[in-house]
Ligand binder design. Sequence first.
Ligand code: C2O
Length: 472
Amino acid sequence: MVFHAHNGLGDKDTSIHFHGMFQNGTTDMDGANMLSQCPIPPGSTFTYNFTINQNGTYWYHCHVDYCYPDGYRQALIVHDKDSYFYHNYTDEFVVTLSDWYHELVEDIAPNFLSLYNPTGAEPIPDSFLFNDTLNSSLPVQPNTTYMIRLINIGAFVGQYFYIEDHKLRIVEVDGVYVDAAETDTVFLAVAQRCSVLVTTKPTTDKNYAIVTVADQTLLDTVPSQLKLNNTNWLEYNSSASHDQAVVTLDVTDSIPAFDDIGLVPYDRQELLGEPDQRIELAVVMAELGNGLPYALLNDITYTAPKVPVLYSVLSSGDQAVNSQIYGDTNAFVLGHNEVIEVVLNNNDTGSHPFHLHGHNFQIIDRAPSFEEFFSYKPLANPIPYDPNNHSAFPTYPVRRDTVLLPPHGSLVFRFVADNPGVWIFHCHIDWHLAQGLASVFIEAPRQIQEQLTVPEDHYAACRAKGVPYTGN
Ligand code: C2O
């Protein structure tokens, strides 16, 4: 795919990240600001050029601070006629769910990261959108199976998705095909995707409510005018009523969502073996004495470097394997083809959807259990993961690129470091990323040096910023 990104924003930097694309051999096309490139300055064009070897449901978005929630975000679908369920549906819908702020996020940001907000209370969205609008309908035929590709392109809040009196069959999460699993409701943290098959009824006398519910546990306050339950329509009959009693879903009362850790990948990729490297990270949200709200992984708040990390890798020769040279980016160097295990412990009372660039990963453990997690009674105290005392891992663990770390809970995943590159690992809540809730995996730096040639227009973005570089 060749994607020419022209920055016509006038006064704002940008970049484009293709969320979920592995960028195998093209880490320089990953679009992460100050990781794999300098930001694209206003008035200039920057080209992303990479090979897509994946299928399924993805999205792309701006990857500089305070940018994508204003609308620089869009679905990216890679169709696959060979998928096991391709012949099981007639037509498809792409549905984006999102939170929405009336003000520009860059205008809200100064108050968020200020002395007036020592607890780091995240700005409350003004509304929740379904395909970028407040009310929408999906027109359907009777007796027909549809694929609905759900994508949470929001910046902050997870959402439940439910269709009145219809079953959902999950067949894909984050680009990974799974054995069809039936459910009434799915939950999508921000940046997650989930594709479901829905078979329509034989009759067309009524329309059915599609209900989305925002996860209020993330919100410090719920203003009375904010609608958490929103109704759209599975429309069988455009002249039939759309204003039946609104179906609401009380997610605090029941446990309607499906546990993604129970999904089985269709390709039956087996549990990876014992790790060569274990990375333990603890999430801490804290005020550090100067009145400002910070986010930390272990004791580091991610701070963007002066030179994109990738360019430092390219220019540092043997020293590239030394994580110390990358400043306060929370860098870990991964050996080529090693099995990596990441253990995340949450010392915070909020949940955090973590995303890894360049990979998906096997989710092998999570605590507390899904039922406790969705019971809305978070653990009183953090319980760190104990590698010597855990339940059996799944034989065929589900793989995702974005996973929710429960409040005060823990999460463990594995992947193979077979994709040389510079990959940021971060909380996808845009406010938390801006607070520094990120780490960087520098995977096989010597291989990057041997294999990668960065195109000239990428370095030009740095020159325009006055950023020194000494790339290849
Ligand atoms: Cu969806 Cu770091 O990105």
